[in-house]
Design a protein around this ligand. Structure first.
Ligand code: SAH
Length: 331
């Protein structure tokens, strides 16, 4: 497949245009956010500025290496950063017309959740805000997008500043804050800053996956560092301060965390006014078996009996290893 460059670095663009009126870089951003694919299209910029940009600011922070399409319409893109680090982003197309982009916040991930493929690859580095935005922009050039989830590679709260800077620009691409979701394992330093500093109505999702510390630590080692009670108390603070529910993600691992007893414990652990539970069928990464449909249904019923209204996540892009937890930059 032909390699081509996508996207932009507005900081570099502002530097290159330092001698020009300040609104120039804003004009560039407006074009880019709308899905422009070259400086040449930016007809309200003087020809001279366009030439300067073409020479000095490559229209790129990412190189598209490979793109795969699933039978369900999902598209997975593998990119390299300019310094050669791999990352993936996924476009999900839903029947009701929703177009949701799942972006990566890091190349690889330093955490080692046992069920997630990204944790098995080498951690490279945090992505810049522009590298994050470029993932969404890549798909925006194909078709309008309306949701973004920070659920690709990496732990967003470990790259707080760049993740939040990127999220704050998403409305320019047509993605409102209410349709932007940041997902975390419960990395407390970042979570605390998110609650205290981000006033925009960006949604919060917590990867919980177990109703008690011992089990959670055995599948998510990060739990030893930031145990359940502390993380849940912080989520409660988010609810009290921001007035928005927290989504709980719970991956269904056969024989590990999926019994009715686990469901009952989960129901006791969580306040149903604060948390909305989303059950995730396990996507094969080689280590576990997924729970059967019946087991998932029984788990769901038990939560229902405890007063919750759990949902089961639609699995997308499994055939191209683009589903939750399958991103490992192997093409
Ligand atoms: N590090 C952040 C952002 C990644 S979100 C976080 O963990 O929240 C990716 C979601 O997919 C997380 O909820 C993760 O736990 C889940 N996941 C990981 N591996 C999975 C798998 N094999 N099957 C289904 N979901 C998985």
């Amino acid at each position: 497949m032909q390699r081509y460059r996508v996207a932009m670095d507005l900081d570099l663009i502002s530097e290159v245009l330092a001698d020009e009126p300040a609104y120039r870089s804003k004009q560039v951003w407006e074009w880019v956010a709308r899905g422009a694919t070259s400086y040449g299209e930016m007809t309200n910029l003087p020809a001279q500025s366009r030439t300067l940009l073409e020479e000095r600011a490559p229209f790129s922070t990412l190189t598209l290496v490979h793109e795969a399409k699933s039978v369900d319409g999902t598209v997975k893109a593998l990119f390299n950063t300019h310094d050669g680090h791999p990352l993936e982003a996924v476009l999900m197309r839903f029947r009701d017309g929703r177009r949701s982009v799942c972006v990566s916040s890091q190349s690889g991930c330093p955490l080692t959740c046992t069920f997630c493929a990204t944790g098995q690859m080498q951690f490279r580095r945090n992505l810049t805000a522009w590298e994050i935005l470029d993932q969404a922009l890549h798909f925006k050039r194909i078709e309008p997008i309306d949701h973004v989830v920070f659920m690709g590679m990496g732990e967003p709260m470990l790259n707080f500043d760049h993740v939040v800077a990127a999220a704050r620009r998403l409305p320019d691409l047509g993605v409102t804050h209410r349709r932007t979701t940041l997902s975390t394992v419960g990395w407390l330093p970042g979570l605390t800053r998110f609650i205290d500093e981000v006033e925009e109505p960006i949604r919060l999702a917590l990867s919980l996956h177990a109703p008690a510390d011992a089990l959670r630590s055995s599948i998510m080692p990060v739990n030893d560092r930031y145990p359940l009670d502390d993380v849940l108390a912080e989520c409660q603070r988010y609810f009290e301060l921001r007035g928005r529910k927290v989504f709980v993600e719970y991956v269904m691992l056969g024989g590990v965390n999926d019994s009715v007893t686990h469901a009952k414990k989960l129901g006791e652990l969580l306040d149903r006014n604060i948390f909305k539970v989303n059950l995730i069928p396990y996507n094969p990464t080689g280590f576990y078996d997924g729970s059967s449909r019946t087991t998932i249904a029984e788990f769901k019923d038990a939560l229902h009996a405890a007063g919750f209204s759990p949902t089961v996540r639609l699995t997308r892009g499994r055939d191209i290893a683009a589903a939750c937890g399958q991103l490992a930059a192997t093409g």
